[in-house]
Ligand binder design. Structure first.
Ligand code: GCB
Length: 633
């Protein structure tokens, strides 16, 4: 599914803005369907309130009942479609994501249904629209999570003071924000149009020549009638806008572009010019050379390779230094917010990280494009969290989530690995065959990237690691285990990473470690929840990582978490999970400065990057170096 882009043959319109909103009764979630609320304006059925799109609806009002609502909610709005769209083209409706399940009507007619949060879906609406007139779009969104949704949850009816109440419970550790989370677009295509583009890139051994394997899929009646007459012309432009390749496909619409004097795509701090992108212009031509459609795509030229001991990009070993993150912020919840996205990337670069994992679901397409541009590597995770009680229906949906994710993200150079689950219960019965299926399915969709999963099951019990290419493990030494014991971190991390490597003979990443930290709480000597504690926990891990780095198979460290985020209510969470290196308002805690010094120091050692001038604060001129137990400062 291509991202909606304007071109000389396509128009894009946003339907973002303030929509009308109605919350169903929790005890009667299907009433709106039975009473056909989609047949007319929602305001005719129920009192409406204004609701921004994109945004989660939970934190917009002051009502507890809406924040904690379980079940269906409704949105609608009006929009005009120009008369000019009526002829010789097709119109598509596309949602960046709706969490969790969406039902959409246009002018009262069913248009599309989609299950799965954080992933886009679209449908053709040419036949449903009124041209040169006003139209209505209605969306019903259901946030209920059960044992066969991805992620899983449980719904129960529980007695309360006045009767019964519906409770949504889930084991994952982030708030189940819901609603129309990302942008809604209408866009046009010609009748015969470019429906899919798949590219794979590689570089010659000395990185001087790039190769882009492409294949284009076309949709449209003309394609069926005169398939052989169609061909694509591909033009590749470098960053300066200079055309470097111009070629024409055969009737199969696939082939390979060769790029001489290639500018490789490098991660941030691995090269002085990271995130180099070319622009690929794809022109679809029909009989008599007629230009049918044009679509443009950014392309990064890079080769990934991995073995049992290493992960390489363009032939150079990678050491990941990054974060687990969340799409989460005050008021907006999981709603797309460009200001927040740009701020987050500025912080990632400020701190010297080169990677993050899209824990625990796919992030916005806009952020994937941004990561391409800035050279930030992504471990791209599907929405399967705390996976358990394995069954066929769950497996089918889990596979579907990966299919949708890979389809969406396969052309991004920033995506360097697929994560097929976070903390699945891999010691359970059937975990073995379940993950064999999931991992093999992922490889069948894309064999150009390694497959991982972030595992918390003890290595002794795990049954999934043998199906992965890279082992990632999450562990909270001095926090959930041996709370407060700084003297029980370093050796345990070394031992566990080594045990994973010994068991499976694969590269190993520590994909989560950290400590909840209340900004402004200072306690010396360090004590749980204080800023001093977080810094010290990090430092004990750094020591372990440095010992592990000497063994080549240890390839990365990811702090949990980039920023504080909201969770379900619990007595272990003070307004949410506070393991952020940044606050929820995206300001640094003390440990952020420490982490910055480490990430840049690693960048200099591993990738010979230059250091920012303000990395170390001036203290005193002692006419030489200061020594501490770990060496020169
Ligand atoms: C984990 C989970 C993550 C939690 C984190 C924590 O292992 O993967 O979702 O937020 O621990 O802080 O408990």
């Amino acid at each position: 599914m291509l991202y909606p882009r304007e071109s000389e043959t396509r128009e894009v319109r946003s339907l973002d803005g303030i929509w009308n909103f109605v919350c169903s009764d929790e005890t009667n979630p299907t009433q709106g369907i039975r009473d056909k609320w989609f047949d007319d304006d929602l305001s005719k059925s129920r009192p409406i309130i204004p609701m921004p799109v994109p945004a989660s609806y939970n934190d917009i009002t002051t009502e507890r009942s809406l924040r904690d609502h379980v079940g269906t909610v409704w949105y609608d709005r009006k929009f005009f479609v120009p008369r000019s769209w009526e002829k010789d083209q097709r119109v598509w409706l596309r949602f960046g994501s709706v969490h969790y399940e969406a039902f959409v009507w246009i002018n009262g007619e069913s248009a599309v249904k989609h299950e799965m949060g954080h992933l886009p879906f679209e449908t053709e609406v040419t036949h449903l629209l009124k041209y040169g007139a006003e139209n209505r779009i209605t969306v019903m969104c259901d946030n209920a999570l059960i044992q066969t949704t991805v992620p899983q949850g449980k719904i129960s009816e529980v007695a309360n003071d006045g009767g019964v109440t519906i409770i949504q419970s889930y084991t994952f550790d982030f708030f189940n924000y819901a609603g129309i989370h990302r942008s809604v677009h209408l866009y046009t295509t010609p009748k015969t149009f470019i429906e899919e583009v798949e590219i794979q890139t590689k570089l010659s051994d000395n990185n001087s020549v790039g190769y882009i394997d492409y294949s284009v899929a076309v949709n449209g009646t003309a394609a069926n009638e005169a398939e052989n007459a169609l061909y694509v012309r591909l033009k590749l432009y470098n960053r300066e806008g200079v055309q470097v390749v111009n070629t024409t496909s055969d009737g199969k619409l696939e082939g390979t572009l060769k790029v001489s004097n290639a500018m490789p795509w490098w991660p941030y701090l691995m090269h002085s010019d990271p995130g180099y992108l070319y622009e690929l212009e794809i022109q679809l031509h029909g009989a008599n050379e007629q230009l049918l459609d044009v679509y443009r795509l950014k392309v990064g030229l890079r080769t990934l390779s991995w073995s049992n001991t290493t992960f390489q990009i363009n032939g150079k070993p990678v050491y990941f230094r990054g974060f687990g993150r969340h799409e989460d912020s005050d008021v907006r919840g999981k709603g797309l917010d460009n200001a927040l996205m740009v701020r987050d990337f500025n912080l990632i670069k400020w701190i010297g990280a080169n990677a993050y994992r899209t824990s625990h679901y796919p992030y916005s397409e806009e952020s994937m494009q941004f990561a391409d541009q800035h050279g930030i590597m992504i471990i791209d995770e599907c929405p399967s969290v705390d996976t358990e009680n394995y069954n066929q229906a769950l497996l089918d949906k889990h596979k579907s989530s990966l299919e949708q994710l890979i389809h969406r993200d396969r052309n991004h150079p920033s995506v360097v690995m697929w994560s097929i689950a976070n903390e699945p219960r891999t010691g359970q019965l059937n975990a073995d065959t379940y993950f064999q299926f999931v991992a093999n399915y992922t490889r069948s969709l894309d064999s150009s990237r390694p497959v991982t999963a972030a595992i918390a099951t003890p290595w002794t019990d795990d049954k999934a690691g043998r199906y992965l290419d890279i082992i990632s493990f999450n562990r909270y030494n001095a926090w959930y285990s041996n709370t407060g014991r700084m003297d029980m971190v370093t050796q345990r991390v070394i031992d566990e990473a080594t045990a994973w490597n010994k068991k499976y003979g694969k590269p190993v990443i520590m994909s989560e470690y950290g400590a909840d930290t209340l900004e402004g709480l200072h306690l010396q000597p360090s004590f749980v929840w204080s800023e001093e504690f977080q810094s010290e926990v990090f430092s004990r891990h750094f020591k372990a990582f440095d010992a592990l780095r000497r063994k080549k198979w240890f390839i990365g460290e990811f702090v949990w978490n980039f920023a504080d985020f909201k969770t379900a209510q619990s007595y272990t969470r003070v307004g949410g999970n506070k393991k952020g290196v940044f606050t929820r308002a995206r300001q640094p805690k003390a440990a952020a400065h420490l982490l910055r010094q480490r990430y840049f120091a690693l960048g200099r050692e591993v990738d010979q990057c230059s250091l920012p001038e303000d990395l170390f604060t001036y203290i005193v001129d002692v006419g030489g170096s200061i020594k501490n137990e770990s060496g020169d400062l």
